[in-house]
Design a protein around this ligand. Structure first.
Ligand SMILES: N=C(N)N/N=C1\CCCc2cc(NC(=O)c3cc4cccc([N+](=O)[O-])c4[nH]3)ccc21
Length: 317
């Protein structure tokens, strides 16, 4: 702690380690003036992919952390940095990582998994509406606000995330294609499915929450994990999945689709029968907007490519 910035230690009293993230650690801290409990995530600058991009990557992530504003996305309260590290002050998420909760419970009750998954869908829908792709959605990056089963979840760690910007291809396709080669058009059809990677990861996350084990793994098969993924080869082990509804399995199946064009979008997942659960949504909105200040349904534009919502159809909440 010796090298902590002075203005940081003047404002906060650092206590014990509460999470041991792969890159850096999370500590409990108290804001001296208010005695408010906070979490402090230390990110070692040397942990970023390569020195050259390190600071740019870190600055991009910090730009994202400052810009995002959704009840199910981590909120940062303060920033400090030294030559070697960033210190990010965050709201405390006393339930810890979803990874540890699933491990402790073996499998989540279907109703709890649905409540958490609904919040994840809304959080990722918001990210996509801001042109941000997370690209590293996993149980370690989903935090729980408390030890209760019914609780708010927040997605974190935007280290791998990507901000969608206007591309030269977009500008090219707007111009007159007099001299444009055919492959520019044929290659262009796959562009814009970057968001679909988050839908796949959400499918894996849902599988792990419901089944208690990952769909693509090393033991019990001679296929590499890479082959299992590229062939979409996974099993619903009867011992784990017999007690789970067909609708839940159906949603997993429609997210773990190898072809990104055929994979469910966030909007379509929100429309899936398993998500049409008024009681769950009421509970979700109560924990997401405790003051009751829920935004109107239509405030986040739909981001899926397949079918633009016709005007009378409201995007799902
Ligand atoms: N790697 C990167 N470039 N960006 N990562 C980031 C971006 C900054 C926010 C961020 C926060 C976390 N994690 C927590 O906050 C957290 C974990 C945890 C475990 C137990 C209890 C509590 N708690 O009681 O609070 C916990 N809070 C992990 C990664 C990142």
């Amino acid at each position: 702690q010796s090298n902590l910035p002075r203005e940081f230690t003047e404002k906060y009293w650092i206590s014990r380690k509460i999470g041991s993230g792969v890159c850096g650690e999370v500590k409990l801290a108290f804001e001296r003036d208010t005695c408010k409990k906070v979490a402090v995530k230390t990110i070692n600058k040397k942990d970023f992919p390569s020195i050259g991009t390190a600071t740019r990557n870190a600055e991009r992530e910090i730009e994202i952390l400052k810009k995002i504003d959704h009840p199910c996305l981590i909120k940062t309260e303060d920033f400090f940095q030294t030559d070697e590290s960033y210190y990010i002050v965050l709201e405390l998420m006393e339930g810890g990582e979803l990874f540890d909760r699933v491990k402790a419970k073996k499998q989540l009750d279907e109703s709890i998994a649905k409540l958490y998954f609904y919040q994840m869908l809304l959080a990722v829908k918001y990210l996509h509406s801001q042109g941000i792709i997370h690209r590293d959605l996993k149980p370690e990056n989903v935090l729980l606000a408390s030890d209760n089963d019914i609780c708010l979840i927040k997605i974190t760690d935007f280290n791998q995330s990507k901000i969608l910007e206007e591309t030269s291809l977009m500008r090219t396709l707007c111009g007159t294609p007099t001299y444009l080669a055919p492959e520019v058009f044929t290659d262009a059809v796959t562009v814009g499915y970057g968001r679909a990677v988050d839908c796949w990861s959400l499918g894996v996350l849902l599988f792990v929450c419901l089944g208690g084990y990952p769909p693509f793994h090393t033991e019990g098969t001679d296929m590499s994990v890479r082959e299992q993924i590229t062939q979409g080869c996974y099993r619903f082990l009867p011992s784990k999945w017999d007690c789970i509804s067909e609708q839940a399995k159906n949603l997993v199946k429609k997210l773990l689709v190898v072809d990104p064009k055929k994979r469910l979008t966030i909007e379509e997942a929100l429309q899936h029968p398993w998500m049409q659960d008024k009681q769950m949504k009421t509970t979700a909105f109560k924990i997401m907007y405790p003051g009751g200040q829920a935004p109107s349904e239509g405030d986040t534009p739909s981001t899926s490519r397949k079918r633009p919502l016709d005007d009378q159809e409201q995007p799902p909440g």
